[in-house]
Design a protein around this ligand. Structure first.
Ligand code: DCP
Ligand code: MG
Length: 368
């Protein structure tokens, strides 16, 4: 007899931005498997299944119960036949054969390895794979491979960057960036965003928004901050993209499109002595490790849109935009919210949720 699942007692909302999803994922065994499928389709740039599996994974992450039988799973939104088969396999055998096949696939393994290097995306990884390259040493030894500056630094700092960061390390980075900003621009405001704002314990980088109340001055902030980091000997790598806001038509219709604010992608030197609880995370005998840091500097009147857009998670963002478009006939991106041609101003994230007619979600509830 099939047990009745809790899904039949409470309905699960179809959009991630309507569900409160904390980092306490009760269905990790299923979502880990789904994320392999998401990653596989991402790496091979197949859009349809990637979207379907990421939505399914996001629904399972939001459930306040652990799935222990198939009962009730048919009532879950975005959970289709393929996902249900996967859940069933895992319940029955403890593993999914499709996932195991992908994990053992040479192309998947190689593309995953190559894209784990800072500066290497799916296109470059695939190009190298098709040239017959299978390892870092082969890439570095190939005279025909031209690495850009970002990729050179990705290889140089690979061991540190591939390890990711703990929340304690992120706090130490926050202190360094905060001090730096206060030194060069005492009136500027700097706030943590990205995964660590959502309360994640581990992340691949630390993301910050910096802005100032003086109109136009936000564009000079990043060069000042990078200059000061350099003076302190903490800047290992920088790629600065000045604002292209004035040139662009907003809002942009695709989530994947980058925003047009001034931003920089950095590799910083984090000293072990700055990390609470000691520098165990730091390689012995060196006293520091490399960390990835992103800074974005929007004009103050766009701060709330930037904060909502950069806090993530990626699935939460995709569903916010889709909800705005499909359910409200509005356009939302990292710059603005439009109702037809009308710009809906916002000082805080709460204003944006209110414009959309959504209940406010705290950052730690956006781990969709
Ligand atoms: N983001 C964006 N535009 C960019 C860069 C990022 O809208 N040009 C958004 C997408 C993410 C969020 O900002 O939701 C943070 O991006 P990350 O890739 O840093 O993702 P997380 O911080 O959520 O996770 P992690 O850094 O641990 O991988
Ligand atoms: Mg991040």
């Amino acid at each position: 007899l099939m047990r009745t699942g809790p899904a039949q007692q409470s309905t699960v909302c179809p959009y991630a931005c309507q569900r409160r999803t904390t980092t306490a994922n009760k269905n990790k065994r299923f979502t880990d498997a789904l994320e392999v499928l998401v990653e596989y389709h991402e790496l091979t740039e197949i859009e349809g299944p990637r979207v379907a599996y990421s939505r399914a994974a996001s629904v399972l992450k939001s459930l306040p119960w652990t799935i222990e039988s198939m009962g009730g799973t048919e009532a879950l939104p975005c959970v289709g036949e393929k996902t249900r088969t996967l859940i069933q396999e895992i319940l029955q055998y403890g593993r999914s054969f499709e996932v195991e096949k992908i994990l053992a696939d040479e192309r998947y393994q190689t593309l995953k390895l190559f894209t784990s290097v800072f500066g290497v995306g799916p296109k470059t990884a695939d190009k190298w794979y098709r040239r017959g390259l299978r390892s870092f040493s082969q890439i570095l030894a190939d005279p025909d491979v031209q690495l850009n500056r970002m990729q050179q630094n990705g290889f140089l700092h690979y061991t540190d960057l591939s390890r990711g960061l703990s929340a304690a390390e992120a706090r130490a980075v926050e202190a360094v960036v905060g001090e730096t900003v206060r030194t060069v621009a005492p009136n500027a405001r700097v706030v943590l965003t990205g995964g660590f704002r959502r309360g994640k314990e581990f992340g691949h980088d630390v993301d910050f928004i910096v802005t100032t109340a003086e109109p136009g001055r936000e564009n000079s902030l990043l060069p000042l901050i990078m200059g000061r980091l350099e003076e302190q000997g903490l800047l290992l790598f920088q790629a600065h993209h000045p604002s292209t806001l004035a040139l662009k038509k907003i809002p942009c219709r695709r989530f994947e499109a980058m925003d047009y604010y001034s931003k920089c992608f950095l590799i910083l030197k984090l000293e072990g002595s700055r990390v609470q609880g000691g520098g165990q995370a730091v390689p012995a005998g060196r006293g520091w490790r490399a960390v990835r840091v992103d800074l974005v500097a929007p004009p103050i009147e766009r701060f709330a849109f930037t904060q909502l857009g950069w806090t993530g998670s990626k699935q939460f963002e995709r569903d916010l935009r889709r909800f705005a478009r499909v359910e409200r006939n509005m356009l939302l991106d990292n710059h603005a919210l439009f109702d037809k041609a009308k710009f809906l101003a916002a000082v805080t994230e709460k204003d944006i949720f209110a414009h959309l007619g959504l209940e406010y979600m705290e950052p730690w509830q956006r781990n969709a």
